[in-house]
Write a protein that binds this ligand. Structure first.
Ligand code: SF4
Length: 97
């Protein structure tokens, strides 16, 4: 996630919560790479390649999972991958009868 998008999304977050973003490898990337209007496998792979070289990938992923970010690539994960991480198969048990 680039710094501009971060400012838009996290303007009310305390600096200590998002300070790691200053060191993000995506700072100079095109925001459309991380927040495309129509995601494609090629775009996701390119964004993930940037994340793979990022020194704050763990902080970014942890934040996105904790905050429930629903859009964009964060910490090398797509929205669907984050959803599956947060809610793996079988996480919801059937109601007791
Ligand atoms: S892990 Fe990816 S989205 Fe997160 S700061 Fe690094 S490059 Fe940006």
């Amino acid at each position: 996630m680039c710094l501009i998008m971060t400012t838009l999304y996290l303007g009310s977050m305390p600096l200590e919560e998002i300070g790691w973003l200053r060191r993000g490898a995506c700072r100079s990337s095109d925001p459309d790479l991380f927040f495309p209007l129509a995601p494609t496998p090629v775009q996701e792979a390119r964004a993930k390649a940037v994340c793979a070289s990022c020194q704050v990938i763990e902080q970014c992923r942890s934040y996105a999972l904790r905050a429930g970010e629903s859009d964009g690539i964060w910490g090398g994960l797509t929205p669907e991958e984050r959803r599956r991480t947060r809610f793996p198969d079988g996480w919801r048990r059937p109601a007791a009868s």
